[in-house]
Design a protein around this ligand. Structure first.
Ligand code: GLC
Ligand code: CA
Length: 536
């Protein structure tokens, strides 16, 4: 579908009356920064980032304008999947510090009026988790039903990978992702009556797993974290084609949180806000997988935000409107700059186009999420051998580039001791160089964030109406509004001047990159490589 002034879907006040999920107030203005702890800042010279390193850099994050953090998993783990393979949910990974250090990190975050989410991995553990070791035993015990097991080694759980032949227990254990990540048992939405091993969500084993999940959440929330990003949140209940079981499970968690931790925020790695927000999450991501067309923006053969004018934003917009109408008022739909699983933003989007991409990311509804290093245009490091289960993702996980000292200031360890190699190129961007340059990406993002903070219409809960988002066409135009203001956002990533018909009269420019628009007779001419915000 095409959108212009005539067809623009105007969401009326009534349609947008919210909200069914009680939202922690702080989410209304939250701007997140994702920290991949192993690659952020190393303070003890062992080549791996740590909690103390994050504490030392909190002022940097705050100065950029972010007021919230999502930190990737930091629990005890053999690190076969970068910590998404937990071996003790109640213990900080010693390489990052102690539980006390983590508690101190929470406190340092709060001292700065910021918030921090931990990464919760509810779907699976490491094979080294003591629960799994118990579960592998032939004799029945308290953990026999903690994971999804068939009752014979000769039967594999259909549609899932499995672990088999490494235990005395006669059965195959389903896995969720890598083959060393056995699936925790939350039951089956539609258990097959012929297969006794498929337990229902109400059976004792699945209920015990869910209670343990709440205990884990209670433990860290009591210690001071502000909520969780939830890993693979949409796949906990098995044989659950429309996710109804998984939605019900999360509604149960929501009830517990509302009662005990009403300010805790929950964001799902799900990618289908209509489902996750119904499950009680406050926010969901649009991601590189799932139906969102997020990849059309930055990560496909012809991304919309590249300069060659070959992109298409219309399918993304169609899907966005669908989600927004179904779920957008229950919670926040968040569009990240990237994350530890995707190619770096700067792999496909170059130069000034990165600024235009951020003018988009920082003017959309939902909480913005900036992946560490994206604010300085850190590049994907090509050709790395996989580190800790990263595979193709390894190049997006290289150490943060702080300054011009050895190892870009990340660590004092010898370069070969860094747990992941740095971007070796001489012209690698650093925080130091970008801070010193008024025209850098870093400075542009800082400006964009401060503009967002000064205009409620641009923030997480402001309305959005798409004004011009035609198939294979530039520019891309939308209106953000609240009771006080209407702001027209005009984006032209292409390297050619373009124009569009517009019924709004831009009155005051509050942001522009790449020149200024020309308005005559309802026609707006937009310079090549341009982003602008106008009060109308
Ligand atoms: C999520 C994480 C990813 C991890 C996977 C398995 O997608 O973001 O890094 O490998 O889950 O836990
Ligand atoms: Ca360290």
């Amino acid at each position: 579908m095409d959108y212009n002034e005539c067809t623009a879907k105007n969401l009326t006040k009534k349609e947008t009356e919210y909200m069914t999920n009680k939202q922690p107030k702080w989410l209304d203005e939250a701007i997140f920064y994702e920290i991949y702890p192993q690659s952020f800042y190393d303070t003890n010279g062992d080549g791996i980032g740590d909690f103390k390193g994050i504490m030392e850099k909190l002022d940097y994050i705050k100065e950029l304008g972010c007021n919230a953090i999502w930190m990737n998993p930091c629990f005890a783990s053999p690190f076969g999947d970068a910590g998404y393979d937990v071996s003790d949910y109640y213990l900080a990974a010693p390489r990052y510090g102690t539980n006390d250090d983590l508690k101190q990190l929470f406190e340092e975050v709060h001292k700065r009026d910021m918030h921090i989410l931990l990464d919760l991995v509810p779907g699976h553990t490491s094979v080294e988790h003591p629960w799994f070791k118990e579960s592998m035993k032939a004799a029945k015990n308290a953990f026999t039903d903690r994971y999804v097991w068939t009752d014979s080694i000769w039967e594999e759980p259909r549609g899932m990978g499995c672990i088999r032949g490494i235990s005395d227990r006669d059965g195959s254990c389903a896995v969720n992702f890598f083959s060393h990540q056995p699936a925790l048992n939350y039951g089956f939405y539609e258990p097959d009556p012929e297969k006794k091993w498929q337990q229902s969500m109400e059976d004792a084993g699945p209920l015990a797993t869910l209670e343990e999940l709440k205990n884990i959440m209670r433990f860290w929330l009591t210690m001071g974290c502000d909520g969780f990003r939830v890993d693979m949140a949409g796949s906990l209940v098995k044989h659950d084609p429309d996710s109804k079981g998984t939605i019900r499970l999360w509604q149960n968690v929501r009830e517990f949180l509302d009662k005990e931790f009403p300010d805790a925020a929950m964001i799902s790695e799900w990618g289908e806000p209509d489902k996750s927000l119904e499950g009680g999450f406050h926010m969901d991501f649009l991601l590189h997988f799932g139906p969102s067309h997020y990849n059309d923006l930055f990560r496909c053969e012809n991304p919309y935000f590249a300069s060659n004018e070959k992109g298409d934003v219309s399918k993304f917009v169609d899907k966005y409107i669908e989600n927004y109408e179904k779920a957008g008022r229950k919670g926040l739909i968040c569009i990240p700059s990237g994350n530890h699983d995707m190619d770096r933003l700067a792999r496909n989007i170059k130069g000034d186009n990165l600024k235009i991409a951020f003018a988009f990311l920082l003017s959309m509804p939902g909480a913005p999420f900036i992946y560490y290093g994206d604010e300085i245009g850190m590049r994907y490091v090509e050709g790395l051998t996989s580190v800790e289960g990263g595979y193709g993702r390894t190049g997006s996980r290289s150490p943060m580039q702080w300054d011009h000292s050895p190892n870009a200031g990340f660590s004092t360890a010898p370069a070969e001791k860094l747990y992941i190699p740095l971007d070796e190129r001489d012209d690698r961007p650093t925080v130091e160089s970008q801070m010193a340059d008024e025209n850098s990406l870093y400075q542009e993002i800082k400006r964009l964030i401060s503009i967002r903070k000064n205009h409620k219409a641009l923030q997480n809960r402001g309305e959005i109406q798409f004004v011009y988002a035609k198939e294979n066409t530039y520019p891309f135009v939308y209106l953000r509004s609240d009771e006080e203001e209407k702001i027209l956002v005009i984006l032209n990533p292409s390297d050619r001047e373009v124009s569009f018909a517009c019924n709004y009269v831009p009155k005051e420019m509050i942001y522009s990159f790449g020149g200024n628009i020309l308005v005559s007779d309802g026609k707006v001419t937009v310079p090549a490589c341009f982003a602008g915000y106008y009060i109308v």
